[in-house]
Design a protein around this ligand. Structure first.
Ligand code: F6R
Length: 242
């Protein structure tokens, strides 16, 4: 495990984007696993800057998003389809048919999960998986549980996750109750995992996730088993590692 703690957000964003652009420069057909939420926004901004400066092209890259809400129209501003367009896809040369996101509006959600798993298998391996961290230790939308599911599946969001995400909606009642998420098996199969954590409110959970006992009740603890885990944290999140 490779942990880096940054004194300011800009340095963290540049480091995160630097890891991604270096990979795509050396491996133009790289497969990237993408996260949404507040954490990666600044990194996506830096990626767009690198693209605009002609330093990187995404035209042969394939991306797989971790998750999507169930039942939220794709054009709803808080859908992860809309998020990806707004923060990244609308600004770079990634062909949209190479940008995969689970369809939370599919008529048959189980079939949709199988299809997503199939597409992941066809891609063979995610070269670099970007992850944020939930306050309860979730990764993707793999919520704490007695056991975890390996492949893409439908999940009921925990109340703490809906509360955390309510900041983006008018009220918590508008936050969808379910999501589709890539499973932990797929996440852990990635060649490299890039975990990004920001803010004092994540200090305890990231410390438990990376140094505590491995348990499905804190899904992020499973990351300790990954051979190529890179962690980028701001100083607030990294406070307990000093
Ligand atoms: C998002 C995702 C989630 C978030 C996590 C942290 O695609 O899979 O696991 O990474 O909920 O969210 P933020 O970054 O908003 O604190």
């Amino acid at each position: 495990m490779n942990i880096h703690i940054f004194q300011n957000q800009q340095e963290l964003n540049e480091a995160g984007a630097g890891i991604i652009t270096s990979l795509v420069q050396t491996q133009p057909k790289a497969v990237l696993g993408l996260a949404t939420g507040g954490t990666p926004v600044g990194i996506y901004e830096e990626l767009v800057k690198a693209y605009n400066k002609g330093r990187v092209s995404f035209k042969s890259v394939t991306t797989f998003n971790l998750d999507e809400y169930v039942g939220l129209p794709e054009d709803h501003p808080e859908s992860y389809h809309a998020y990806m367009k707004q923060h990244l896809f609308a600004h770079i040369d990634l062909p949209l048919n190479q940008a995969l996101i689970p369809n939370g509006n599919a008529a048959d959600l189980e079939e949709e999960c199988e299809l997503y798993n199939q597409r992941l298998e066809e891609a063979k391996q995610i070269d670099l998986q970007i992850l944020g961290l939930g306050h309860n230790g979730h990764i993707g939308f793999n919520e704490p549980d007695h056991s975890l599911i390996s492949g893409t599946h439908r999940v009921e969001l925990k109340s703490e996750t809906r509360e955390a995400n309510a900041r983006y909606f008018n009220s918590i009642n508008e936050v969808p109750s379910h999501a589709l998420t890539m499973g932990v098996g797929t996440i852990l199969k990635a060649k490299t995992i890039l975990l990004i954590v920001r803010g004092a409110d994540k200090a305890e959970i990231v410390h438990r996730a990376l140094t505590g006992p491995i348990t499905t009740e804190i899904p992020a603890t499973l990351l300790q088993t990954h051979p190529h885990l890179v962690v980028l944290m701001d100083a607030e999140a990294g406070r307990l590692f000093e």
